[in-house]
Design a protein around this ligand. Structure first.
Ligand SMILES: Cc1cc2nc3c(=O)[nH]c(=O)nc-3n(C[C@H](O)[C@H](O)[C@H](O)COP(=O)(O)OP(=O)(O)OC[C@H]3O[C@@H](n4cnc5c(N)ncnc54)[C@H](O)[C@@H]3O)c2cc1C
Length: 395
């Protein structure tokens, strides 16, 4: 290619921002368009563990490793597993750990699988980006081929049009508009609905929770239901109460989710009443914020025929449920691999943009499939009667 392609990244989540950093570090121009009005518009709550060969590798490539370790919490890489009846199966806080069989985790240094708050990760990814390349409050409606040349015009919800991009990178998550240029496949309901519950300032308000959960995560798995709890670096604790239910459950079940105290009581009475007292208390006391969400996914092994000037990253390419904790790692690894392809194009190691996309997608499809398969395997096992006992095989 005679000159560098004009690149548009759609979406400023972990995938889009990681790619932006890699491109900027390699002096490859881009424009990033994000729907949110500003980087801090939404609560980016929650915590993510980044794996050495995925999220961590991408941060190293982007030159953000030193920033990352300032905010990472290696002490949170511990897990406690509690059976639904309250029996503690094993407790990483007491030094008990199941054998981890994930190839990503063979590294034994203290940064094996550190947690980082989602908001902190976003801060790290944004800190060094040149703001002149970031466009907020820009919701992509459609991308239309530019009649004159082999390029794309972007139409935004505010009526504006940005013209003549050689490459559109769809990194806009589950409901990607860019995906429509490549495939008609849409996300479908996974069979699981998650009620996200927050307890804030736990050190002050619920010190027993700190004792009970420990430094990292607490999981409880059973037939048709799970409870997953995470310590967050800002002093809060996030609990997911997940249920295998039909798609309309959240809307149709009759629980008023806008009233967290009453909703949590009803949730426990209906679905967790036979659980251990502390597990129930975790739900009943996590009423500072409540977000119910049906979980969607793309088919395992989704792929498409290459199309000049378009590709996808992260959830846009392979949306999966959170039951293997790999979504963000997959997204950042995609960004690393696409970044590598575009750097190769710049250096003349790859001749054309289409070849660069093909090389990236050649790795993307099997990689996405492997992450998605691991996730669906975990989903099946976690929501089974014997889910806790299987954890040593899949954690
Ligand atoms: C409840 C829950 C818990 C999770 N827990 C974990 C976990 O513990 N570990 C893990 O690895 N993963 C987890 N995940 C998955 C992880 O959050 C995603 O895989 C990851 O955020 C994907 O990053 P992304 O950048 O591809 O997409 P997103 O994070 O969805 O970012 C997409 C961005 O695009 C923007 N956007 C959307 N539409 C448009 C548009 N039309 N125009 C412009 N911008 C647009 C959005 O505002 C957003 O900023 C979880 C997911 C959920 C739902």
């Amino acid at each position: 290619m005679g000159s560098l392609p004009k690149i548009a990244i759609i979406g400023g989540g972990p995938a889009g921002l990681t790619l932006a950093n890699i491109l900027q570090k390699n002096n490859i121009p881009f424009s990033l368009f994000e729907r949110d009005a500003s980087p801090n518009e939404r609560n980016q709550g929650g915590t993510l563990d980044l794996h050495p060969k995925a999220g961590q590798a991408a941060l190293r490539k982007a030159g953000l490793w030193d920033e990352f370790i300032q905010h990472a919490r290696p002490e949170s890489d511990v897990l406690k597993v509690v059976k639904p009846d309250g029996e503690v199966l094993w407790d990483g806080n007491a030094g008990q750990t199941p054998a981890r069989q994930d190839d990503n985790n063979k590294n034994t240094d203290k940064f094996q699988r550190p947690e980082i708050d989602r908001q902190k990760l976003k801060d790290v990814l944004l800190r060094h980006l040149d703001e002149r390349n970031l466009y907020y409050d820009k919701t992509l409606d459609s991308a239309v081929p530019n009649g004159q040349a082999d390029s794309w015009n972007l139409h935004f919800r505010d009526g504006s049009i940005e013209k003549e991009f050689d490459l559109i990178v769809g990194a806009e998550g589950a409901w990607s508009r860019t995906r429509k240029l490549l495939t008609e496949i849409q996300p479908f309901y996974s069979g699981i609905s998650a009620i996200e519950l927050w307890a804030l300032d736990v050190n002050e308000k619920h010190s027993w929770m700190v004792e009970y959960v420990g430094q990292g995560s607490l999981f409880s798995f059973g037939e048709g239901r799970t409870i997953q709890i995470q310590r967050i670096g800002d002093g809060s604790i996030r609990t997911y109460a997940c249920l295998r239910k039909p798609e309309g459950f959240i809307k149709d079940c009759g629980i008023d989710w806008t009233q967290p105290d009453a909703a949590c009581r009803e949730l426990v009475e209906r679905y967790y009443d036979d659980c251990g007292a502390d597990l129930k208390r975790m739900i009943l006391n996590s009423t500072d914020n409540l977000i119910p969400r049906p979980l969607y996914m793309l088919p395992v092994g989704i792929k498409w025929n290459p199309r000049p000037g378009v590709t996808l990253l992260g959830d846009a390419a392979h949306l999966m449920t959170p039951f293997a904790g790999v979504g963000v790692n997959a997204a950042m690894l995609d960004a690393l691999e696409l970044g590598n392809s575009l750097v190769d194009l710049k250096m003349g190691k790859i001749q054309t943009l289409s070849q660069a996309i093909e090389k990236y997608e050649h790795g993307l499809f099997p990689r996405g499939q492997a992450f998605a398969q691991k996730t669906i395997n975990n989903l099946k096992v976690h929501f089974s009667a014997d889910g806790c006992n299987h954890l040593s095989m899949d954690s």
